[in-house]
Design a protein. Sequence first.
Length: 302
Amino acid sequence: MAEQRHKKSTRRHERYRGEHPIVVRNLKNQFGDAVIHEGLDLTVNRGEILGVVGGSGTGKSVLMRSIIGLQPPTEGEIEVFGKSIVDAEPDQEIGVRDRWGVLFQGGALFSTLTVGENVEVPLKQFYPEISDRLRVEIARYKIMLSGLPEEAVNKYPSELSGGMKKRAGLARALALDPELLFLDEPTAGLDPIGASAFDNLTRELKETLGLTVFLITHDLDTLHEICDRVAVLADKQVIAVDTVPKLMELDHPWIQEYFNGPRGRAALTAQALDELRRHMDEPVAAHAVKALDNAPPSRDKA
Ligand SMILES: Nc1ncnc2c1ncn2[C@@H]1O[C@H](COP(=O)(O)OP(=O)(O)OP(=O)(O)O)[C@@H](O)[C@H]1O
């Protein structure tokens, strides 16, 4: 028994060393007559923040749910950390489900539990053997890592602002020291300052914890600021995956409308301004910032 436990915990702490923690091949998802995905392929690189965009209803959340095994696909293959998700039963031990964390849209916190208790839920589920005291301490640490004050530990979700709820959801997603983080519209509903702070936190966590991040968003500023690459969902497939500047060169009507429309350009201007401000001590940059300062720096959504 002790040996079994040892084996289990050793496996849990082996980090994925391959290049592609998520590989989706020829995915089909269909509900009744509605085909949401067909022939969809996607490969996520280890250590990147991959933004996932697409019009409303193109199936971004369904894709995420398929990858984490909550939505069995109609057809296709999905591998996470080199293990097939599709072939496994939901409760089958395949050594991957405790290696990702998910922030669902709206946070999906349990309203009758405090923030601390919410963060303890996955710890209880996957590490029942750890002591109450250690579990409480880990939860407290994750809550502070997510940028919440210590007092938040004993608060109920109804006592938190929208931004704090997102951070509490993030703390729960980080509970198991995941290698892979799924974020479904993390900045939706946040004010520009809160959204920008959340973006910075995501980037910092990715860098310090070595995470790979699958990030569904409509937020153009997030795409410009923190995404290494962006996957575009349209026509039931991922039609392109690339950096934002490269995507902007593509001749697809939705991509052009999205990235080169007025909101896309405003986000680009805001990002250029930010970049210049970082170099304000250089005379040319200072001049350019003055010239651009009237441009719309506001955070904009598509
Ligand atoms: N369990 C389900 N049963 C039937 N239809 C579903 C189910 N889940 C999702 N759908 C449908 O699949 C389509 C894609 O939904 P999904 O939530 O993935 O879109 P999305 O791209 O995330 O949209 P949004 O940007 O608006 O959040 C929608 O038409 C939705 O109604």
